[in-house]
Design a protein around this ligand. Structure first.
Ligand code: F6R
Length: 604
């Protein structure tokens, strides 16, 4: 989603702004712009498409100045055009904005009646005009900000720059994260610490409703009631913000390859010799139900976890996508726990679902990759997945680490509820420790997968089938493939095939069957036979025993190592990711920043 930077520097800021925006590219965007103040004059440059277009523009039309703001925009209100790109300017003020101003129509009407006209279709321009009107009424920037913020509904992070004010930025946070960076005689604002990492490691995270008046001397922070607020400065580990491809062609390739290592890190973090090592307050003894809520890939991790909580712990488990959960007003018991799964920890719907649940359940637990995120901070217990920064828009290592942490939670639930003995849990953990090695084996299939992906890339539609915990994997495999290769793909529970989707089968539709040789194998194979009987092109992913038993007649097979049932979803995620990756490569799409997608979805 959109990215914000702001700099009160000691040198020319335009290059710094563009550099920081580059670090936010991973969030997804379709236009970009910067504004600076030079000799008291406010000026801006904006360009559609990748940042290189903005850089080119700046070569021909440079911007001087030691104070500035910048933005990458992911279009919500109005197409990706220069007029809609940020910063938006109204008179002496420029503003960049993440999020959505929900009451912008009514504000637009009010401003139009007051004689103000609009140059863009965006909700953001209303904020610039409200500020212009407040300033025109004689208010100083600080007073004007308090007034304007009071008029805005919705979720936003904002950063204002004022003509004539070379030592002033005002920023605000409600619903969209924002961080302030402290330098030596310089100050910075960024949508996340990653954007600011090359400039400073001293960060203040604004809290919900906070706004700040920033000069080179420091930041004065106010809370939602406009009272002065003290917010700590924390030191971030710059290592944790390093975003480099380390020799890989794409971040996604690097992140797929990193999985054995980060998974082992997560395991080390949550286990100790012979047992689990989860925080003390993770005790499921008195819990009568768990509700797991997330979006997209993280939701599929919940879907796998449902099988695990139910089978290992006999614990009833509901799952839902956050955008539905938050509005259907589900009844929640005060003996239940709600779990929110999110890589970014900032997904708007997941955060809203968390807030809905907070007073209704006994405990709010989150499983996140960003420990400083809003979701982590608003949970009773936040469990980091230890995946390290994930830059590729398509989630890979975060998914498998989410699965790892959820599997450990399900084992803990089994132990706390008397369904599993400590010895049984220890035996599962012993198996778990072999998983990174098995994942390395799965990664070694990359060349075979690349070869067959050349042919998958020709397909118009692709189906994924699985049973039991492999069903959510089929959904995830299809999601991964469609988001980066733009090939239409669907995942189905194998048993559902003849209830409709079988009508799609012909010799042009590849059907990818995820079927480790487990207790459901025979059933899945029967469904696979039904596909083959209709000339469907089956790609079977199984272990050696499964391939030997059912590989004959398949279009292609991929042999994975044998894996204990409990960990099969984590292992089979790897070839599913590689299939998506190599098919996208064969199609020549933008793997790390696929069209229309954003890494952190901070709007509904
Ligand atoms: C797909 C993908 C998305 C995210 C979803 C939730 O590859 O990455 O479906 O899983 O947008 O994001 P987080 O986990 O940040 O809440």
């Amino acid at each position: 989603m959109c990215g914000i930077v702001g700099v009160l520097g000691t040198h020319q800021v335009a290059p710094l702004l563009v550099e920081s925006l580059k670090r936010l590219e991973y969030r997804g965007y379709d236009s970009a712009g910067i504004a600076t103040i030079s000799d008291g004059r406010l000026d801006r440059r904006r360009a559609v498409g990748k940042l290189v277009n903005l850089s080119d523009l700046l070569v021909h039309e440079p911007l001087a100045g030691r104070a500035g703001i910048g933005h990458t925009r992911w279009a919500t209100h109005g197409a990706a055009t220069v007029a809609n790109a940020h910063p938006h300017r109204a008179g002496t003020v420029a503003v960049v904005h993440n999020g959505i101003i929900e009451n912008f129509r009514e504000l637009r009407e009010e401003l139009s009646k007051d004689g103000y006209s609009f140059e863009s279709e965006t909700d953001t321009e209303t904020v610039a005009l409200l500020m212009r009107r407040a300033l025109a009424s004689g208010k100083a920037p600080q007073e004007a900000t308090a007034e304007v913020l009071g008029r805005l509904h919705g979720a936003f992070a904002l950063c204002f720059l004022f003509e004539g004010e070379e030592d002033l930025l005002i920023c605000a946070r409600k619903g969209s994260p924002l961080a302030i960076g402290h330098g030596d005689g310089e100050m910075f604002v960024g949508s996340d610490a990653i954007a600011l990492a090359p400039m400073t490691d001293r960060i203040t995270y604004l809290e919900e409703g906070d706004w700040a008046v920033i000069t080179r001397a420091g930041a004065q922070i106010f809370d939602a009631q406009n009272r002065r607020a003290n917010r700590a400065i924390s030191r971030i580990q710059v290592d944790a913000t390093r975003i480099e491809k380390a020799g890989y062609k794409h971040f996604m390739a690097k992140e797929i390859a990193e999985q054995p290592v980060v998974l082992a890190d997560a395991l080390r973090h949550y286990t100790r010799e012979g047992g689990l090592n989860l925080p003390e307050d993770i005790d499921f003894s008195a819990v009568d139900r768990v509700t797991l809520v997330a979006c997209g890939t993280a939701h599929y991790a919940c879907h796998v976890a449902k099988y695990l909580f139910e089978s290992l712990a006999g614990l009833p488990c509901d799952i839902d996508v956050a955008s539905e959960f938050r509005y259907r007003e589900p009844p929640l018991s005060d003996r239940s726990w709600a779990l929110f799964i999110s890589q970014s920890g900032e997904t708007a719907d997941t955060l809203a679902a968390l807030r809905y649940s907070r007073d209704k359940v006994a405990k709010v637990v989150s499983v996140v990759n960003v420990p400083t995120s809003s979701i982590a901070r608003e949970s009773d217990v936040a469990l980091p997945i230890m995946a390290g920064i994930e830059v590729g828009v398509a989630s890979t290592k975060a998914f498998t680490c989410q699965l790892a942490v959820l599997t450990l939670l399900a084992l803990k639930a089994g132990q706390d509820r008397g369904c599993l003995s400590r010895e049984q849990v220890a035996a599962h953990l012993e198996n778990f420790r072999c998983l990174p090695g098995l994942m390395n084996h799965a990664l070694s299939l990359a060349d075979d997968i690349a070869a067959l992906s050349e042919q998958l890339a020709e397909a118009q539609d692709i189906l994924f089938l699985g049973r039991g915990p492999m069903y959510p994997l089929a959904l995830e495999g299809a999601l991964k493939l469609k988001e980066i290769s733009y090939i239409h793909a669907e995942g189905y529970a194998s048993g559902e095939l003849k209830h409709g989707p079988i009508a799609l089968i012909d010799n042009r539709v590849p059907v990818i069957v995820l079927a480790p040789r487990d207790h459901l194998f025979e059933k899945t194979v029967s469904n696979m036979q039904e596909v083959m009987a209709r000339h469907g092109k089956v790609l079977l992913l199984s272990d050696a025993a499964g391939i030997q038993e059912a590989g004959a007649g398949c279009w292609k097979t991929l042999t994975l190592p044998q894996v204990p049932d409990l960990f099969a979803p984590i292992l089979y995620a790897v070839p599913a990711q590689l299939l998506a990756y190599h098919t996208a490569i064969a199609k020549g799409t933008d793997v790390d920043q696929p069209r229309n997608l954003a890494k952190s979805v901070t709007v509904e």
